[in-house]
Design a protein around this ligand. Structure first.
Ligand code: PGA
Length: 248
C-alpha cells in the first residue's frame, strides 16, 4: 500500500510569521495522508521545530555535499537542519537555473546519500503537449533524472505539466490518468514490479480544494504537489482531507 502524500511547495514565499500556518495544519496532518511542507530554506530550521506530524523538506539541493558554491545548499545541510525530503527538478528550477536531467540525477544521488527522500518533478510544456509529445518527454525526463537505486522509500515522482503550474489550468482526469499510468509502467519496467509499484506518483499544477477530490480519484494518483494552495491552511487542509478521504 502506498501512503498518500500531500506535499506543499512554498517556493520563494514565506516569512517567520507564516509558520503559524503550519500550526493550523497540525490536526489534518494527523490523518490518513502524510503531509510534507517545503518552505524556503531560511525557514527550514524553525519549521522543523514546530512541525508536529508534518514532514519538512527543501526545494532544491546541490549535487555536492560541500564546497565553494556561494548561495547553494547541500543535501547534508538540509538533513542537518531536520529536513527529510527535497524537491528536485521542479520546472521553475529547470527554467530559471537551466537545470537539465543530468543535473537532477546528480542532485538525486546527493539527496539519497544524505538520507533524504527525493521528490523528482517531470512535466511537459504546452507546446510539447500540443505536438503530442507528452509521453516521450516524460519518458526522457524519468530516464534522465532518476538514478539507479530508486525505492519506494527514497523516491517520489511528481507529474507537473508546466502549463498547469500557477495558471489555474488543469489537464482532464483522463489526461492525468494516462500520464500517471505511463509513469507507473515505466517505473515497474526499470526498477522491477515491487519497487515500481511502491513509488508514489503525485500530480501537481493548480491543485485547489475545488478540484482535489476528482484528481485524487484518478488511478495511480498518490497525492499532490501543491504550490499556491499550500501557503494557507485554509486552502491546504481541505486538500489534505480530500486526500485522506480518497485513501479510505
Ligand atoms: P501551483 O504550483 O499549485 O501553484 O500550480 C504547483 C507546483 O509548482 O508545485
Amino acid at each position: 500500500m502506498r501512503r498518500k502524500l500531500a506535499a506543499g511547495n512554498w517556493k520563494m514565499n514565506g516569512l517567520a510569521a507564516d509558520l503559524s500556518e503550519l500550526d493550523a495544519m497540525q490536526d489534518a496532518a494527523d490523518g490518513a495522508a502524510e503531509v510534507l511542507i517545503c518552505p524556503p530554506a531560511t525557514l527550514i530550521g524553525q519549521a522543523v521545530a514546530r512541525r508536529g506530524a508534518i514532514a519538512i523538506g527543501g526545494q532544491d539541493c546541490h549535487k555536492s555535499g560541500s564546497g565553494a558554491h556561494t548561495g547553494d545548499i547541500s543535501a547534508p545541510m538540509l538533513a542537518d537542519a531536520g529536513a527529510s525530503h527535497v524537491i528536485l527538478g521542479h520546472s521553475e528550477r529547470r527554467t530559471d537555473h537551466d537545470e537539465h536531467d543530468d543535473d537532477v540525477r546528480a542532485k538525486c544521488r546527493a539527496a539519497w546519500e544524505a538520507g533524504l527522500v527525493a521528490v523528482v518533478c517531470v512535466g511537459e510544456t504546452l507546446e510539447e503537449r500540443e505536438a503530442q509529445n507528452t509521453l516521450d518527454i516524460i519518458a526522457g525526463q524519468l530516464a534522465g533524472s532518476v538514478p539507479d537505486g530508486a525505492t519506494g522509500h527514497n523516491l517520489v515522482i511528481a507529474y507537473e505539466p508546466v502549463w498547469a503550474i500557477g495558471t489555474g489550468k488543469v489537464p482532464s482526469t483522463d489526461e492525468i490518468g494516462d500520464v500517471h499510468d505511463f509513469i507507473r509502467a515505466r517505473l515497474e519496467r526499470r526498477f522491477g514490479e515491487g519497487v515500481g509499484r511502491s513509488v508514489r506518483i503525485l500530480y501537481g499544477g493548480s491543485v485547489k480544494p475545488g478540484n482535489a477530490t476528482e484528481i485524487f480519484a484518478v488511478s495511480n494518483v498518490d497525492g499532490a504537489l501543491v504550490g499556491g494552495a499550500s501557503l494557507k491552511a485554509a486552502d491546504f487542509v481541505p486538500i489534505i482531507n480530500a486526500l485522506g478521504a480518497s485513501s479510505a
